[in-house]
Structure formats: structure tokens, C-alpha cells
Design a protein around this ligand. Structure first.
Ligand SMILES: CC(C)(COP(=O)(O)OP(=O)(O)OC[C@H]1O[C@@H](n2cnc3c(N)ncnc32)[C@H](O)[C@@H]1OP(=O)(O)O)[C@@H](O)C(=O)NCCC(=O)NCCS
Length: 144
């Protein structure tokens, strides 16, 4: 385990990049769908933000855009008042792209045990771009 969360739940035990708690929030009634649970699009927006947190650390001088979100699975609903934690880990650094796994867990509002339940996971790919929005290497030449 290289971070605050078990790598086996994110990119896998062989991954050398650290896991981290990238974002933690409580979602509100305004974030709900017609069923009264949290709208999946709101969770995806948070996943997008959380995933870029470890990516920026690879090269803070770069700007990154999201090119793809894959393998999105909503395992369990999220309810208003749940404490939502977004764990992120870089899985792979390509030439201009970075693949990240984001795992979302919640502590239910009324659960005094504070158990964390896996609710959503996704794989997100970001691309480093220049001022003309064209792909550029993620890492400087000295670190490639
Ligand atoms: C990201 C963007 C600049 C990439 O342009 P592109 O012409 O496809 O670039 P390339 O074909 O050279 O690919 C660049 C990298 O992205 C990866 N990539 C491209 N499409 C991908 C996809 N669908 N899934 C995963 N990776 C992808 C390539 O493998 C390559 O990675 P590598 O250099 O590490 O090998 C362009 O698609 C874009 O501007 N998209 C919109 C981004 C945006 O606005 N996002 C915000 C949400 S709307």
C-alpha cells in the first residue's frame, strides 16, 4: 500500500503511483435526480475533478484536459448527506496522456460505524495540451 487507500482497489498492487484522497464532499438536495438520489452526472463531474489532482502533481506546469471516461460503474446509489470520498491513483503515464482510476466511497449519513461503501468507480484519461490545445508530452524531457 503506497498511499492512504489500498492500491488493489484502484489500479492494482503492481502500480507504483500513490493512492490519495483527492476530494471529499457532501452532496445536496440540488444534486438529486427524479428518484431523489444523487444524479450520476454530478458524481461524474466530481470524478473528473478528483482524477486530475494526482495528474497535476506529475507536472504542475502542464494544463490537462479530459479526453475519455471509461469503465464507469455505479455500484450503489448515493444519498443526500452521505460523506463522499474520491480516491484517485495514476495507473499509467503515456507520452501525452495519463490514465487515472477514481474510486468513490461513501459513509452513509445515519451510519454511526462510519463504514465506507464503494459506490462508483471510473477510469479517466487526461491529455496534456499546449496553449493551442494540441497534445504535448506530459513529462519534461529530463524525466522521460
Ligand atoms: C484531448 C485532445 C487534445 C486529443 O487530441 P487528439 O488529436 O486525439 O490527440 P492524439 O490522437 O495525439 O492523442 C493524444 C493522446 O491521447 C490519447 N487518446 C486519444 N483519444 C483517446 C481516447 N478516446 N481514450 C483514451 N486515450 C485517448 C492518445 O492515446 C494519446 O496518448 P499518448 O500520447 O500518451 O499515447 C482532443 O481530443 C480534445 O481537445 N478533446 C476535447 C478535450 C476537452 O475539451 N475536454 C473537456 C471536456 S468537454
Amino acid at each position: 500500500m503506497t498511499g492512504i487507500h489500498d492500491s488493489s482497489e484502484l489500479c492494482g498492487d503492481d502500480c507504483d503511483y500513490p493512492t490519495e484522497l483527492a476530494l471529499r464532499t457532501i452532496l445536496l438536495p440540488r444534486d438529486t435526480n427524479a428518484q431523489g438520489t444523487i444524479f450520476g452526472g454530478v458524481i461524474l463531474a466530481h470524478i473528473d475533478l478528483a482524477g486530475v489532482v494526482p495528474v497535476r502533481k506529475l507536472n504542475p506546469a502542464r494544463r490537462f484536459v479530459t479526453v475519455a471516461m471509461n469503465e464507469i460503474v455505479f455500484h450503489e446509489p448515493v444519498f443526500v448527506g452521505d460523506l463522499c470520498s474520491f480516491y484517485a491513483q495514476v495507473c499509467k503515464v503515456g507520452r501525452t496522456s495519463v490514465q487515472v482510476k477514481v474510486l468513490v466511497k461513501v459513509q452513509r449519513k445515519d451510519d454511526s460505524d462510519g463504514e465506507e461503501i464503494r459506490v462508483t468507480e471510473a477510469e479517466v484519461t487526461y491529455v496534456a495540451v499546449d496553449e493551442n490545445r494540441r497534445p504535448v508530452p506530459v513529462l519534461p524531457a529530463s524525466r522521460r
